[in-house]
Design a binder for this molecule. Structure first.
Ligand code: IPE
Ligand code: IPE
Ligand code: MG
Length: 267
């Protein structure tokens, strides 16, 4: 039943995402000006399902197809880092049944996708408070991390039980511990020291943040790292999100001028 429903919507997607448009967009993209790091808030699963008279869980399941497609295109393009927001520290407020579905989908995703992730050279790097997750979810994440640790392609940061404020709290605690044990002095604390104690230590900040589903907010995502990120919003719900939308975002991103507080060239 579920597969039939998904196949129906998938056919519609294929019609919509005309191959010709994808090829046209690929031609317009300057391969030398790709973002190093893309962050995505995978939002809109529930609304996607409810609009089709389905329960929210169908939306979460359908969202996995979008995840696959987006990881593939980012890998193919040679993007260095892709951070995917899958479960926030605030999502525990949802009904237990929905939380269980999201945990189970995470487990299913990793066991089903691990071979393809390895084939594509993807390295899985979870960000968030993993210790608070159920054992089955921790086990699946550990397996994915171990199996992909030597891979040299796309780094996929999976934000699961992630909160931007919690991340800063964890960094402050780690820095405070070093002050107390004498391995760090107050005057040594700098922006770099703070960045180096975040879950994304050693990685470039996102160049591009994508949020589908029409909501215009960051919902506690990467609060420190998004300081100079370009934002790209779309009304497309996450389960309908495909490579074509990533390519549209990239074309748009490449037309922007990033000034980082400085001035335009020639002004
Ligand atoms: C995103 O979709 C998935 C998670 C937050 C886990 P939502 O479940 O938030 O879908 P909407 O925003 O209610 O449509
Ligand atoms: C953000 O979406 C978290 C994820 C997509 C995982 P939410 O749906 O939880 O955000 P709000 O509640 O609409 O801000
Ligand atoms: Mg939402």
């Amino acid at each position: 039943m579920f597969n039939q429903i998904v196949r129906f919507w998938r056919r519609k997607d294929t019609e919509n995402c005309a191959e010709a448009e994808v090829n046209e967009l690929i031609k317009r993209i300057d391969k030398n000006k790709l973002p190093c790091h893309i962050a995505i808030i995978m939002d809109g699963n529930g609304r996607w399902a409810l609009r089709r008279g389905l329960t929210r869980s169908y939306g979460h399941r359908a969202g996995i197809e979008a995840l696959r497609d987006v990881v593939r295109i980012c890998s193919e393009l040679g993007i260095g880092f892709l951070t995917l927001y899958a479960f926030s520290t605030e999502n525990w407020k949802r009904p237990q049944e929905e939380i269980d579905i999201l945990m189970n989908l995470l487990v299913e995703y990793f066991y089903k996708e691990i071979d393809e992730l390895c084939e594509n050279g993807v390295r899985v790097h979870p960000i968030g408070r993993l210790a608070e997750l159920p054992a089955s979810a921790r086990k699946a994440i550990d397996m994915a991390v171990q199996r992909t640790r030597e891979n040299k392609g796309l780094t996929m940061n999976l934000a699961f039980n992630y909160g931007g404020r919690n991340e800063i709290v964890d960094a402050v605690r780690a820095i405070a511990a070093k002050l107390v044990n004498g391995t760090l002095r107050i005057e040594q604390i700098s922006e770099k020291v703070i960045s180096d104690h975040l879950y994304t230590a050693g990685q470039p900040d996102p160049d591009l943040l994508i949020r589908p589903s029409g909501d215009l907010r960051i919902s506690n995502f990467l609060l420190w790292q998004l300081a100079y990120t370009e934002f790209w919003f779309s009304s497309v719900m996450w389960p309908d999100f495909r490579r074509i939308h990533i390519l549209q975002a990239l074309v748009d991103y490449q037309q922007r001028e990033r000034r980082f507080g400085g001035l335009n060239k020639g002004t």
